[in-house]
Design a protein around this ligand. Sequence first.
Ligand SMILES: Nc1ncnc2c1ncn2[C@@H]1O[C@H](COP(=O)(O)OP(=O)(O)OP(=O)(O)O)[C@@H](O)[C@H]1O
Ligand SMILES: [Mg+2]
Length: 507
Amino acid sequence: MRRRIVLRVLVAVGVISLAVFGTLVWVDSRARERQLGRLIERQALMLSDTIRNATRQSMLLNQRDMVHEIIEQIGRQEGLEKIRVYNKDGVVIYSPDPALVGTRADQRSEACDGCHAAGKPAVELAAGHRTRVFEDATGGRRLGVITPIANEADCEGAGCHLAPAAQRILGVLDVTVSLDDVDRTVAAGRRISVGLSLGGIAAISLLLVGLFHRWVGKPVESLLAATGKIAAGDLDHRVEVHRRDELGQLAESFNQMSARLSEARHQVYQSNKLASVGRLAAGIAHEINNPLTGVLTYSSFLLKRATDEETRQDLETIVHQTKRCRDIVRGLLDFARQVPPKKTRVDLNAVVERALDLVANQLSVQNIQVTRSLRPDLPSLSADATQLQQVAINLLVNAADAFESDDRQIFIATDLKRVNGDEVAEIKVADNGVGIPPANLGKIFEPFFTTKENRGTGLGLAVCWGIVSEHGGTIEVESQVGRGTTFTVRLPLVPRPAAVAGGEASA
Ligand SMILES: Nc1ncnc2c1ncn2[C@@H]1O[C@H](COP(=O)(O)OP(=O)(O)OP(=O)(O)O)[C@@H](O)[C@H]1O
Ligand SMILES: [Mg+2]
């Protein structure tokens, strides 16, 4: 495909350049030809007038040898083809070429047309009609100049003409000049121009092809390779972006697109996993719940009636562990219930405040300092307030569980952001706790992943993930071991389809 584009560019540049340069060369050589032609024409007219003036005196004195001599001398000049002096009958009476003397002119020929077009000789010849360009027998271009010889008052006394005073023209001087030099110069100039133009076109074309390859061919090639890799399933492949032009932007968009595809694939995988685990969990929880209730009821009953201390302690352990099992089963049912959100207009700040109230006691017992920054002009959004409250509580409880030192701080904030052109409401829960090791970051949203051994079920974040996804939002985590963790929940203000978004982790 790239080769075809390069070829097209090459052909287009070649054709356009040929047309442009061809026209320029043609116009230039025509102009040069006209200029040189005018120069030669002026010189020929001057020469012709010179011959007439130089021979005038000799003609008046009827010194025919002198006229011959002058015409012969001038006729030796280079480039001067013919000099002929015709009498009024059209017979050559003087010429350096003796073979021409005595020959007769055809008054109907083009050369004579200036004066004899109307059938009888014109008295005067306009300057523009004195010259003509024609091809001789060899095909060479020639310039002919006609100079009428007028019947002057002095001629009447010269005794050689019997012409009456009324006859104004006695004959004509016809000078023929070769245009071979002009044609050779123009042709040489044209050859140089054509050569330079072709060289220029070749250089421009090569340069353009080189630049095209560098600026377009190579980036398109790497984009093509990248699309091939993405099509083959390697969604983590990225194109290197070195430029800020349109192709650079295209590469950047391509990378963004692959990143979102990769993210979407991860979400689909996560959703499927959660859905199947959810179904399994729901089945198990349902089956376990009834026998568990029986065990708890009877063990509690026995505990109340037990008198022997050893038996009491054993029964207390049974009741405690059974209650823990019941909590796990409740958590499983919560997670598996997959209740679609009951959406109303929700004030996110109020949701966060209520969540904080509910965990306030636990936080203060653990000596945790809470800082809040709730954006006052946050618009309400369409959401399930109870579910969002559960998300906030789970994140706050996780943060509260993350402290090992005495410096215990939780920061909770709401904000309004623009992400990929969409307005989103944001909840951030940050702590300065132990942090999450990079190896665990990819697992924390998975159901039953916990580092809390007997204290946790590993369902809190999976539940958060499910709720946020149902709202068309995203949940992200950033964490550094020893420095703390930040969870960011983003919810679209204008509802989007569910399960498009989801969690993302970064260290
Ligand atoms: N703020 C945090 N700081 C450090 N680790 C965290 C934080 N939040 C979550 N984690 C890690 O993610 C794991 C999973 O959390 P999740 O809430 O899903 O389950 P859990 O808290 O272990 O159990 P529970 O079901 O009771 O919530 C936690 O066990 C913990 O290792
Ligand atoms: Mg938890």
